[in-house]
Design a protein around this ligand. Structure first.
Ligand SMILES: [Zn+2]
Ligand SMILES: [Zn+2]
Length: 246
């Protein structure tokens, strides 16, 4: 078994709130400089920029988990990841079917652009990506499970847009692989207040919107090798894989 450092919550310039310097190239360079082995690309309600990050990382020792940070109808943020492109495409279709028609105002919310290898803009998203989808957390978790993805309610300690702020608790029966923590969460205090969650896996992520924040906090995973399935096994504590440090 080996230890790997993961930062599974990183926005690109596609997110309206993501800095325009959050290009795939800059994200990978910073992750490498911070000795991060696994990064999760999680733009608000879109997977359109993650493909390029994965492609550019092909010759590196960095595992890129492609996904998104979805906003459920209850306004809960959740991280989702898929291994295969066809799963990502199907999930993107699902998002677009359920994203309300509010338009983005780039001068107010920020630009929502996808770039190519040459850093030319190839797509601009017109709908506001931070809107809540017309699907509940249960429905989204179910969709992710059907597509064999990974599902992680994000920054559950936060006072807004978290499962605890919106629902009051983590419901029994909700399917997820791990629970996310914000960078500054005092975990020992959190787990005393929420002791019913003590047996679940937690991951602490940067939720970086700026290059400098990538890898400032991370989670250490014990697994056999860098792969999507090994990450899933670590989150679910299977066959000696586990989270060793948050
Ligand atoms: Zn969030
Ligand atoms: Zn985020």
């Amino acid at each position: 078994m080996n230890l790997y450092k993961a930062d599974l919550h990183i926005h690109t310039l596609l997110s309206p709130c993501g800095d325009l310097d959050m290009t795939p190239k800059n994200i990978l360079a910073k992750a490498k400089a911070q000795n991060i082995d696994i990064i999760g690309i999680t733009d608000h309600n879109s997977v359109r920029q993650c493909y390029l990050v994965k492609e550019l990382a092909e010759n590196d020792d960095i595992l890129v988990l492609c996904g998104a940070e979805v906003t459920t109808s209850e306004e809960v943020h959740c991280l989702v990841f898929f291994e295969k492109d066809h799963q990502l495409i199907e999930f993107q279709d699902f998002i677009e079917e359920n994203l309300p028609g509010f338009l983005n105002d780039p001068s107010f919310f920020g630009y929502q652009v996808v770039i190519d290898k040459n850093e030319d803009i190839i797509y601009e998203e017109e709908l506001l990506l931070t809107s809540a989808l017309r699907k509940s957390i249960d429905e989204i978790s179910e969709k992710v499970s059907q597509l064999n993805g990974i599902f992680i309610p994000a920054h559950i300690d936060k006072s807004k847009n978290s499962i605890i702020s919106q629902l009051g608790f983590v419901p029994k029966g909700l399917k997820f692989d791990a629970l996310g923590l914000s960078p500054h969460c005092d975990f020992s205090e959190f787990i005393v207040e929420n002791s019913y969650l003590k047996d679940f896996s937690f991951v602490r992520n940067s939720d970086a919107h700026y290059v400098d924040d990538i890898g400032k906090v991370f989670t250490e995973l014990q697994m056999k090798e860098l792969s999507f399935e090994e990450v899933r096994m670590a989150l679910n504590k299977i066959d000696g894989r586990k989270i060793v440090k948050i």
